[in-house]
Design a protein around this ligand. Structure first.
Ligand SMILES: Nc1ncnc2c1ncn2[C@@H]1O[C@H](COP(=O)(O)OP(=O)(O)OP(=O)(O)O)[C@@H](O)[C@H]1O
Ligand SMILES: [Mg+2]
Length: 362
C-alpha cells in the first residue's frame, strides 16, 4: 500500500466510476448500495445487507479473515461489480481539524505527514491518513486552509485490504464512516454545522460536520441492542418482540405499560448524556486560533435505532436543539418520478453505504 494514502489506491477510470458500489462494513453487517445515473441525479439500482458472523470483526478490527472470506465469497456477485468504496470504522479513526498555510495539494500532504504524530498517537509509519478541505475557504482567512485530517492505524486498514482482495473486490477508496454518512445526509453545498448521531446495534457514532466535512468524530459503546435487551427483561418478551416494541412504541408507549419507559430510559438517558458532552465540548472549546466553533444548527439522526418512537423529541428537549431524522436520499436527486424500493426506516441504516456510492460522482 502506498505510504500514507488510504484513498484512490486504484484511481478509477471515469467510465467505471458509476459502477463503484458503496460498501459499509460494521461489526454486525455488511451493507451495499449501487447507484445509477438518472435524469439530473441518481437512482438506487440495488442495495442489500448481509450479517457479519459474530467475532469476525470486533470494535472495527478484523479478527478472523478466513471466517469473513467464507461468509462473503459470493459478495462480488451480489454487488454486480468488483469496484467498491469502503468505509473504515470510527472506533479506530482519529479526525482532527487543523489550519495549515495555503499550499499546493502535494505540499499539504507532505506537511501533514510530518506533523502526524503531534496530533494522533501513531507515528507516520504506523498510520495511513487522508484529509479534506472544508468548504468556502476563500471567504475565511486568505493565508490559511481549514483541513480535517483523518488517520487510521495502518495495520487495521491492511486487514480490510487483505479481506477484500481475497473476495476479489477492488477498493477505489477508503473513507471514515462518519464522512461517508455526512455525504449522504447533508444537502450538497450546505455550509452549515450539524451533529450527526448514528444509532447502531452496539455503538453510537457522534460526529460534527462543518462546511460539508466531518471535523469531530467519536464512537460510544451504547447501542440499540442494549435497549432491546432491557425491554426484553422488563416486559418478559422475546428479543424479536422487544425489537418491534422498541421502534413502534419507543419512549411514547409507556402509557400502555409503565415498565416500558424506565426500561428504555435506562439506556437512552446515558446516550443523551454522551451526546450532550460532545455538544458541550464543541461549544466550549476554541479552535487553534482561540476562536469559538460555529454553533451546531441541528442534530441529524440515522442508523437502525433512529426511528425509535419519541427519540427525536426526547433528545430535542433534553439538549434544547432540534433533532430530526436524516433524509438519506437528499443528494440522490433525480428529475424522474422515482420511488425507491427501500422503506424510510430501513433507509436510515444505509446512510453510510449511500454516501460511499455518492463519492466522486455527486
Ligand atoms: N430489519 C432489521 N434488521 C436488523 N436490525 C434492525 C432492523 N430494523 C431495525 N433494526 C434495528 O437496527 C439496529 C441496528 O442498527 P444499524 O443497522 O444501524 O447497526 P450496525 O451499523 O449494523 O451496527 P453498529 O453501528 O453497532 O456497528 C438494531 O439494534 C435494530 O434494533
Ligand atoms: Mg452502524
Amino acid at each position: 500500500m502506498k505510504k500514507g494514502v488510504f484513498h484512490r489506491i486504484f484511481p478509477p477510470p471515469k467510465f467505471l466510476q458509476m459502477r463503484t458500489a458503496g460498501l459499509d462494513i460494521s461489526d454486525h453487517s455488511i451493507r451495499y448500495v449501487n447507484l445509477i445515473g438518472a435524469r439530473n441525479g441518481f437512482k438506487i439500482a440495488s442495495f442489500g445487507a448481509r450479517r457479519v458472523p459474530d467475532g469476525t470483526i470486533e470494535s472495527g478490527e478484523v479478527k478472523d479473515i478466513d471466517g469473513l472470506v467464507k461468509a462473503f465469497n459470493g459478495l462480488k456477485a451480489d454487488l454486480g461489480t468488483a469496484f467498491v468504496n469502503v468505509s473504515l470504522p470510527e472506533e479506530r479513526a482519529y479526525i482532527v481539524k487543523l489550519r495549515t498555510p495555503r499550499l499546493k495539494r502535494a505540499e499539504i500532504r507532505t506537511g501533514l505527514d510530518l506533523q502526524l504524530s503531534e496530533h494522533v498517537p501513531l507515528s507516520s509509519s504506523e498510520a495511513v491518513f487522508d484529509y479534506d478541505l472544508l468548504g468556502n475557504q476563500n471567504k475565511k482567512r486568505r493565508g490559511y486552509l481549514d483541513v480535517a485530517l483523518s488517520v487510521m492505524p495502518r495495520s487495521s486498514v491492511e486487514k480490510y485490504l487483505a479481506f477484500l482482495s481475497r473476495i476479489k473486490l477492488l477498493p477505489m477508496a477508503f473513507e471514515i464512516e462518519a464522512q461517508a454518512t455526512a455525504r449522504a445526509v447533508i444537502p450538497k453545498g450546505d455550509q452549515g454545522t450539524f451533529m450527526i448521531v448514528d444509532l447502531g446495534e452496539t455503538r453510537t457514532g457522534i460526529s460534527v460536520v462543518e462546511r460539508e466535512v466531518v471535523v469531530l468524530s467519536s464512537s460510544v459503546n451504547i447501542g440499540g441492542q442494549l435497549i432491546t435487551v432491557s425491554i426484553q427483561k422488563a416486559l418478559s418478551v422475546s428479543f424479536e418482540e422487544a425489537e418491534r416494541i422498541k421502534i413502534e412504541k419507543g419512549l411514547t408507549g409507556g402509557k400502555q405499560d409503565d415498565r416500558l419507559f424506565p426500561a428504555i430510559m435506562s439506556v437512552v438517558a446515558a446516550l443523551r448524556d454522551e451526546i450532550g458532552k460532545h455538544f458541550m465540548y464543541w461549544h466550549t472549546h476554541k479552535d487553534q486560533d482561540g476562536e469559538s466553533h460555529p454553533p451546531i444548527e441541528k442534530i441529524i439522526l440515522c442508523g437502525g435505532n433512529a426511528p425509535m418512537h419519541g427519540l427525536g423529541d426526547y433528545l430535542s428537549s433534553g439538549l434544547s436543539m432540534e433533532a430530526e431524522l436524516a433524509n438519506v436520499m437528499v443528494n440522490i436527486r433525480s428529475l424522474d418520478e422515482y420511488i425507491p424500493d427501500i422503506n424510510f426506516n430501513e433507509s436510515l441504516r444505509y446512510a453510510t453505504a449511500i454516501g460511499l456510492a455518492l463519492r466522486d460522482i455527486s
